[in-house]
Ligand binder design. Structure first.
Ligand code: NAD
Length: 716
């Protein structure tokens, strides 16, 4: 097999080591590659005649992508000794690199990530190319790990504690320019000048490179006050941000704090010990799984569209400027697509345009957009009260009230206006696309394009295929969704499609428990402890009780054997308690800044639907919320609504913020074990069929199978 490393030597006794794994797009450190590097290092250790060594990547614009995540994720099934061995391999090897008998320079061009950054930290000097593609990061915490090959100890000794904490605990990348400012690289220069620059660096430091090395092996010598100042704030911030669900950033912080005042050797021992606590953990395996699933979606959105040509889209229309319509129109205008927004009256149209401006303004506040972006977005959004505004549109997205007869009536009106080849897509949350298609101008050019609230933050778009939807329509909407920087997932038609079919049982169970005596607070707290960004009661208020009520009726019609009716919600709508948008829902939002506060007027309404006053444990609330969701996910997969388990897991993560550290709802089942899940569901089965496990799931449990036999869905 061809080697991953190539060694050459210049006349001036400079060694050049090129890392270039044959047949791979990026360089990664698998165990085999580390073995090859170790062989190279063994030879280099004998070369006392060399004046220096340069390391470069043989892949233009791609330096080193880091450790092989597939191998790291698989460590979840290994013993503690195996994990320790894996950590030690990198540690010992990079340590040997740091002791080579000549000065070393890494020439970084392109992405330098994780283990790649840890390797270059073991070099004496680093030079970066000033290409915008050059990004240097230690992103381990994003997949539940810590930099465990020396990163937590070598980085603070190079750039100082505060910057090291920022870089390691956020996992965010540095540009070449920023890396230079922090002293992580000596300089950022054009690619062609890197070699000469490295040579100059070696010459300039011919007398002091060994001394510099020794200095970086010393303790940092920070006082207790300095340590407290640096770490207490970071710890408080990270605890708030991770809410006990993501241990890696705090583990990294611990390794930094406990290691930096020791010698490098002792610090590295601390790092190894701390790394053992997170590497190979279920949280890390799940986060690595989400990383692979995300990559998988970019080539497999849930439909095989490789031979289908998507149509070019120049103009888009959006009907309805409510919560969703305004957000959808803004998402298109923000990426430069001229978008027509149509409403029934000026007041609602202006409110929609105002909320479009608010989306960009909020991004300006956090430095992610400029006044120019705002002007450009608003310039591309045209408001109208007439359907004629859609006459030249390639795609029109309908986002009016969730009411089938209103929607179908409007489709009839649009038939005379839309271009013959225009695609009409509905943002309906629940209504059958196949049924709606019967009233659409052309059922082949009709599909669901289901966004999630708030549109500017939720990345998912469910593309729903009706019985007659053409492949071209699906491919075009998939491409359009990607263009507006969303992640499309193609699903087949059924009531609720994929996400709401799974979310609605969870929402309804929350209301049922409320009427049985659980407090709103206890229900929401159990859900957020599980890792949901928002509890189901607050989510009702955010989405809109009227919208959920209508969706609930659709679900009840379609899945009568297992759907819970919620008459309490109907009465809330009668009282105009539609949630945040009317200022009243389960909570009141009429106070300062629209914050949720308890509303005594709600209690008499709730009391009319109370069936019990009993206490609930956290565990019971969690089971009752998530088991029906999981069992419905299994049914939806068996019904072919989603193509594969990956699409189920990612739909909930991207659409409703299901906790990524659990890997998704089906990964949660894998983590708990299908057998254990079924045992728990069986204890609730007297409550209704929604707690009944399917035969296929029982079979899967009895055979010890999993939804994800491999952490990377691309490797089936
Ligand atoms: P909304 O009540 O905030 O907005 C609906 C808007 O449609 C209103 O402004 C109304 O004036 C307008 N409208 C009604 N009839 C119209 C017509 N004939 N022509 C033009 N405009 C008309 O509702 P929403 O929450 O934005 O929901 C819209 C659609 O999106 C629904 O189908 C809903 O199920 C779906 N949806 C909602 C959410 C959510 O979280 N709210 C999420 C996903 C999908």
């Amino acid at each position: 097999m061809a080697s991953a490393f190539r060694f050459e030597e210049s006349d001036g006794k400079i060694g050049l080591l090129t890392f270039d794994i044959p047949g791979q797009k990026v360089n990664t450190f698998s165990e085999a590659v580390l073995g090859e590097l170790a062989e190279q290092v063994s030879q280099l250790e004998q070369r006392t005649d060399l004046k220096g060594l340069f390391l470069q990547s043989g892949k233009p614009g791609q330096f080193i992508a880091g450790a092989d995540l597939g191998e790291l994720g698989a460590l979840v099934d290994e013993s503690c000794e195996q994990v320790a061995k894996r950590i030690a391999i990198g540690h010992e090897l990079f340590d040997r690199v740091s002791r080579l008998p000549f000065p070393t320079v890494a020439l970084i061009d392109g992405n330098c990530m994780g283990g790649g950054t840890e390797l270059v930290l073991a070099f004496d000097y680093r030079i970066a190319s000033n290409s915008p593609k050059t990004k240097i990061a230690l992103p381990e915490v994003k997949v539940g790990l810590i930099p465990g090959w020396g990163g937590t100890q070598r980085l603070p000794r190079l750039i100082g504690v505060q910057h090291a904490i920022d870089m390691i605990c956020s996992g965010d990348p540095l540009t070449a320019e920023k890396a230079t400012t922090l002293g992580l690289v000596f300089d950022a220069v054009p690619f062609d000048e890197m070699f000469n620059e490295a040579q100059r660096l070696i010459e300039q430091n011919s007398d002091n490179w060994e001394q510099d090395r020794k200095l970086r092996e010393q303790p940092l010598g920070l006082s207790e006050d300095q340590l407290n100042f640096a770490f207490l704030v970071a710890e408080g911030y990270l605890k708030g941000k991770t809410k006990g669900h993501y241990p890696a950033p705090l583990a990294a912080l611990k390794a930094l704090r406990e290691g930096i005042n020791l010698t490098l050797e002792e610090g590295l021992a601390v790092e190894r010990e701390v790394a053992l606590g997170v590497i190979g953990s279920p949280v890390s395996a799940n986060l690595i799984g989400v990383f692979f699933k995300t990559n998988y979606l970019s080539s497999n959105p849930g439909a095989d569209l490789r031979d289908v040509q998507a149509r070019d889209i120049e103009r888009v229309g959006v009907l309805g400027a409510g919560i969703m319509g305004a957000g959808i129109a803004t998402a298109h205008a923000r990426v430069g697509i001229p978008t027509a927004l149509v409403e029934v009256d000026n007041e609602r149209l202006n409110a929609g345009l105002k909320s479009a401006a608010a989306v960009v303004e909020s991004r300006i506040k956090i430095g992610r957009a400029t006044q120019q972006d705002l002007a450009q977005t608003l310039g591309l959004l045209s408001g109208s009260l007439s359907h004629q505004a859609f006459a030249d549109n390639d795609v029109v997205i309908e986002a009016i009230v969730e009411n089938e007869s209103v929607k179908t009536e409007v489709y009839g009106q649009l038939a005379g206006v839309l271009r013959d080849d225009a695609i009409l897509a509905s943002n309906t949350s629940t209504i059958s696309i196949t049924r709606l298609a019967k009233s659409a101008p052309n059922p082949e050019r009709f599909a669901g394009m289901h966004f999630f609230s708030p549109v500017d933050r939720m990345p998912l778009v469910e593309i729903v295929r009706g019985e007659q939807t053409s492949d071209e329509t699906i491919a075009t909407l998939v491409q359009l969704a990607r263009r507006i920087r969303k992640t499309p997932i193609v699903v087949n038609d059924c009531a609720g499609f994929l996400v709401n079919r799974l979310l609605m049982p969870y929402m309804a169970e929350a209301i049922l428990m409320l009427t049985e005596g659980a407090s709103m607070d206890a229900i929401d707290r159990a859900a957020t402890r599980f890792g949901m960004p928002l509890g189901p009661i607050s989510l009702h208020d955010n989405v809109g009780i009227d919208t959920i009520c209508f969706a609930g009726r659709v679900m009840l019609d379609a899945y009568q054997d297992r759907t819970v009716a919620c008459p309490l919600l109907d009465e809330m709508v009668e009282h105009r308690r539609c949630g945040k948008k009317t200022g009243l829902g389960f909570y009141s939002y009429k106070g300062k800044k629209g914050k949720a506060v308890d509303d005594p007027d709600f209690l008499p309404i709730l009391d009319r639907y109370r069936t019990d006053e009993r206490e609930f444990t956290d565990e019971e609330i969690t089971d009752r919320l998530f088991l029906p969701m999981l069992l419905e996910a299994v049914r939806a997969l068996e019904d072919g609504i989603a193509a594969e388990p990956t699409h189920v897991d990612m739909s909930l993560i991207l659409g409703v913020g299901f906790p990524p550290f659990r890997g998704g709802i089906l990964s949660w089942c894998d983590t708990e074990g299908a057998g254990a899940i079924i045992d728990r569901a069986d204890t609730y089965v007297a409550l209704g069929k929604r707690f009944e496990a399917t035969d296929a799931l029982r079979k899967m449990a009895s055979q010890g199978e999993r939804f994800f036999p491999n952490i990377n869905p691309a490797r089936k």
